[in-house]
Ligand binder design. Sequence first.
Ligand SMILES: CC(=O)N[C@H]1[C@@H](OP(=O)(O)OP(=O)(O)OC[C@H]2O[C@@H](n3ccc(=O)[nH]c3=O)[C@H](O)[C@@H]2O)O[C@H](CO)[C@@H](O)[C@@H]1O
Ligand SMILES: C=C(OP(=O)(O)O)C(=O)O
Length: 435
Amino acid sequence: MASFKITGGRRLSGDIYPQGAKNEALQILCAVLLTSEPVTIHNIPDIRDVNQLIDLLADLGVGVERLSESSVRFQANGVQPEYLETEVFKRKAAALRGSVMLLGPMLGRFGKGSISRPGGDKIGRRRLDTHFLGFEKLGATFHYDDADGGFFRVEAAELHGAYMLLDEASVTGTANVVMAAVMAKGTTTIYNAACEPYLQQLCKMLNRMGARISGVGSNLLTIEGVDKLHGTEHTMLPDMIEIGSFIGLAAMTQSEITIRNCQVAELGIIPDVFRRLGIKLEIRGDDIYVPSQEKYRIETFMDGSSMTVADAPWPGFTPDLLSIVLVTAIQAQGTVLIHQKMFESRLFFVDKLIDMGAQIILCDPHRATVIGLNRESQLRGIRMTSPDIRAGVALLIAALSAKGTSIIDNIEQIDRGYQHIDKRLNAIGALIERV
Ligand SMILES: CC(=O)N[C@H]1[C@@H](OP(=O)(O)OP(=O)(O)OC[C@H]2O[C@@H](n3ccc(=O)[nH]c3=O)[C@H](O)[C@@H]2O)O[C@H](CO)[C@@H](O)[C@@H]1O
Ligand SMILES: C=C(OP(=O)(O)O)C(=O)O
């Protein structure tokens, strides 16, 4: 288990480039299974979850040719569906959340798919009903084997288009059902579809491959099944969660940072949520410039009541940035209620922030109130463990702003989703050692 040793209290300055989006990459990589022709993907982030998924594809028989550090050509012309039944696959697939999205394309193209209970952050219940109910609507049979931590199988001689109202607007669930439906016979209508930019990107890529998906960007998708998909090229968007993390980092550490090539039009409400904390942001072309700010004051609502930041399916605010908003509010002036509606175990890391000197009241598992310190006192460095990917980065931001040295253990959680974060932050003035 590796750790970061962080010397806090340093101001950072300079340009930083966001990596390609992790959660988009996990969908896009699974979609290469839908055709036997080459699919070239650019701006692939070099992070643990993505590398593990690429390994799984290679094990499954997909040709993987690295063209550069961030571009790979895939060709799924030798896929061996039996591999999904092997012990090695079961073990590897259980290491990450994204592996669940192998199911949809395998079912759509080869008529069967199986997966062990996928991993990912332990941030509360993460049920898969949406995925399997959707597959069943398309005509697949579903079987769950309780042994060895759980193993799911889906099978269908032929999938048929259907109308479905999803149980919930699940991100990976929608991606899975879309990928299964693109080559089903007839028309599929998915209502209450998730429409995060990750999904919009997936649907655009599938359409370039010959799929016929309309309604992209809305919660009503119509998919006219086609016989076959073709190869294509695709470039991942910059990671909006990383962009938000850098904004919070800049504010907490009074740093002047330019986040380059952000594709600002795709960020939805994210910049505005940070503005509500009082953080000044300048959009300069496609860059976001965050000036060094000693003070930032949390806004109130129009009626004067305290600010709440809550998550919601897109175009609402992503739950993956709530931990970052929470940590950023620690040095603001004012009070904000953070309401994590989707996950019930994602706020417990505030204990560590409280140990560092933050004023936070954990109201219940879903809600925490942050009373900003307004820089009247500085956090102090401590030793802590990263419980999940976003809490890990929130703790890293706290540590970078703190007086003294902090140690963060279990940084594998951070490496799951942030590419060489120590090196990239050190390049603009941070002092983070991997120990
Ligand atoms: C690999 C990947 O892409 N992971 C993301 C994906 O996970 P994932 O696709 O696993 O998450 P889901 O969208 O399925 O659901 C997330 C949680 O929100 C709840 N829920 C969902 C929809 C809804 O309308 N109401 C509701 O309460 C679910 O019950 C679940 O507890 O989406 C999550 C929600 O944006 C993100 O946190 C994860 O980073
Ligand atoms: C929760 C996350 O990831 P995963 O779904 O892979 O656990 C995340 O990216 O914040």
